[in-house]
Design a protein around this ligand. Structure first.
Ligand SMILES: CC(C)(COP(=O)(O)OP(=O)(O)OC[C@H]1O[C@@H](n2cnc3c(N)ncnc32)[C@H](O)[C@@H]1OP(=O)(O)O)[C@@H](O)C(=O)NCCC(=O)NCCS
Length: 190
């Protein structure tokens, strides 16, 4: 079992080998530990963010939601969610919301965020909506390392405020169409 984020590390100074970074299914860690990590990375007012409106009523996609652990310490997490673009011209396009991605402040800048994002993207293949990944985030990170762009998102609307240059997407199936992004409530996300 992975220990609660913020608790003192076990085994340090015991002469055991230094634990290495591992990515595991997020179900392997306690939900409370993930929530504490997200509070540390984003602040406890994070629930007001527009991205949270996109995932109301849906479960995270289990195969794309991961925890980064070092030994029994939770140091990072990524969750992905089924969403869709309800096109103004008709029809809904399945997509996947990537994030939140969080790395504990003490472990940032050593590649964990990139490893989590890379692993989630790799796991999108074959998942419904997996050819149309989207997120609200920094182009300087998600564009630079993974190729997310705002090229096709200009006519998308979200259920809350957002900066247009931070609404990013990746994949051959990203719809270049006007419409409203929302939770894909009919999705079987288990
Ligand atoms: C953004 C975040 C996930 C990156 O994880 P990380 O493990 O620190 O990043 P990595 O070590 O994999 O990558 C580091 C590189 O990314 C850059 N980087 C990190 N965060 C960045 C950001 N928000 N914007 C631009 N570049 C960023 C670093 O400068 C570094 O670049 P360099 O190698 O040229 O010095 C992490 O900083 C975090 O949890 N931040 C708070 C929550 C957040 O903003 N999440 C993203 C939105 S969903």
């Amino acid at each position: 079992m992975v220990r609660r984020y913020g608790a003192p590390p076990a085994g340090r100074g015991t002469g055991k080998p230094t634990p290495v970074l591992e990515l595991v299914p997020i179900q392997a860690v306690s939900p409370a530990a993930v929530e504490a990590l997200l509070d540390a990375a984003f602040g406890s007012d994070r629930h007001g963010r527009t991205a949270y409106r996109l995932r109301e009523g849906v479960k995270p996609i289990a195969g794309m939601s991961l925890a980064a652990v070092i030994g029994d310490e939770l140091v990072g997490s990524i969750q992905c969610w089924p969403v869709s673009l309800a096109r103004d011209e008709g029809g809904a396009v399945p997509m996947i919301l990537v994030g939140p991605i969080a790395v504990s402040p003490a472990h940032q800048d050593i590649g964990i965020g990139r490893a989590l994002t890379r692993a989630a993207i790799a796991r999108a293949e074959g998942v419904e909506g997996g050819d149309a990944l989207m997120l609200i985030g920094d182009p300087a990170f998600f564009g630079r390392f993974f190729g997310f762009t705002a090229e096709r998102t200009g006519a998308w609307r979200l259920p809350g405020p957002f900066d247009a240059h931070r609404l990013l997407a990746l994949g051959a199936g990203v719809p270049n169409a006007a419409g409203l992004v929302g939770p894909r409530v009919s999705a079987d996300a288990a």
